[in-house]
Design a protein around this ligand. Structure first.
Ligand code: NAD
Ligand code: LMR
Length: 329
């Protein structure tokens, strides 16, 4: 018989009837985020038109008989959705289709995140952690964070772990070694094609990766491959990534709660590190320790790195201008 000794953690997942949630909910219910001793209660959140489908998802979760699953609520009401939640996965939003950039979704998706941020501000538990998955994730996270003035800004993040995992996978494949041997990977900036997957500090079994790959592969194959992997998946699969996105979201939240194994990329609210304007939600090299993401400090940046980081800052400033009407203050 499974013994769960801790208090139940309430966890909200928006877009509960969608593709990503169909994988994500099972991973959370199995205990991957809070560990094997913590029971969880899930809030499945969607819009009215999708509530019946979300009910079906809840039925399937029930039928999975997870020992740690202690509650299932399906709702379109934001106060109910976020009441007492310790974790919120803000997934619900339109995906892009072939030929679109993620930024093209701002007009359609931006309005979703202010009300959700406000509801988190009003109803969530004190230890709430938010990860925005819905695109464009960084600016949507900014919108949600600005709508939650009473929640510490560091509690709002956007998902860039998928980009990080893609970068690990490309190097692992190139060097024919397991990704577990790689450390100090980072993808700076925006979850967009402008992102900067950076191998400057990466090591394989302790040795610099940069010594083992050609510069041309790094700049002309690796960087665009990782940055455009989302579009490649849409092209090949016919729909945007779902299980890999869910897996990355679990990695992100689990590490945040339980600690990371070395560096992991998280998009966090900038404190001005590395010249990134304070307040932007930006992918940094981070370490999760004692329940917090800490930006790795003291890295030397080359001119090339500075330029790539600056391009991401400029893009996020431009996205922020485009949603100025949705931002608090
Ligand atoms: P999907 O279309 O399969 O599902 C989206 C779900 O969100 C639907 O059930 C829809 O009804 C729901 N929804 C829409 N508006 C909502 C709202 N206001 N409140 C609650 N739910 C709402 O899409 P998907 O494949 O699950 O992708 C969801 C989002 O995640 C998309 O924006 C996609 O681009 C993004 N995404 C991000 C990453 C990342 O790494 N950040 C990776 C993959 C996908
Ligand atoms: C991804 O990176 O797979 C997602 O952001 C979906 C997309 O539109 O690329």
């Amino acid at each position: 018989m499974a013994h769960a000794s801790q208090a139940v953690k309430n966890i909200a997942v928006t877009g509960a009837a969608g593709n990503i949630a169909y994988s994500l909910l099972w991973r959370i219910a199995s205990g991957e985020v809070y560990g094997p001793d913590t029971p969880v209660a899930l809030r499945l959140v969607d819009i009215p038109d999708a509530l019946r489908a979300a009910e079906g998802v809840a039925m399937e979760l029930m039928d999975s008989a997870f020992p740690l699953l202690r509650g299932l609520t399906v709702t379109d009401d934001l106060a109910t959705a976020f009441d007492g939640v310790s974790a919120a996965f803000l997934v619900g939003a339109k995906p892009r289709t072939k030929g679109q950039e993620r930024g093209d979704l701002l007009a359609a998706n931006g309005t979703i995140f202010g009300p959700q941020g406000a509801a988190i501000n009003a109803h969530a538990a004190q230890d709430v952690r938010v990860v925005v998955v819905g695109n464009p994730a960084n600016t949507n996270a900014l919108i949600a964070q600005q709508a939650a003035p009473d929640v510490p800004a560091e509690r709002f993040t956007a998902l860039m772990r998928l980009d990080h995992n893609r970068a690990l996978a490309q190097v692992a494949q190139k060097l024919e070694r397991p990704s577990a041997e790689l450390e100090k990977m980072v993808v700076w900036g925006n979850h967009s094609a402008t992102q900067f997957p950076d191998l400057s500090y990466a090591t394989l079994a302790g040795e610099p990766v940069a010594d083992r790959v050609e510069e041309a592969w790094y700049r002309e194959e690796f960087m665009p491959r990782v940055a455009k992997r989302g579009a490649e998946i849409i092209e090949v699969r016919g729909r945007s990534s779902a299980a890999s996105a869910a897996s990355a979201a679990v990695d992100h939240m689990r590490d945040w709660v339980q600690g990371s194994r070395g560096w992991a990329t998280a998009a966090v609210v900038s404190d001005g590190s590395y010249g990134v304007e304070e307040g932007l939600v930006f992918g940094f090299p981070t370490v999760a320790r004692e329940g917090r993401w800490e930006i790795v400090q003291g890295l030397d940046l080359s001119e090339f790195q500075r330029q790539r980081i600056a391009a991401n800052v400029a893009e996020l400033q431009q996205e922020r201008r485009a949603v100025a009407h949705l931002l608090a203050g």
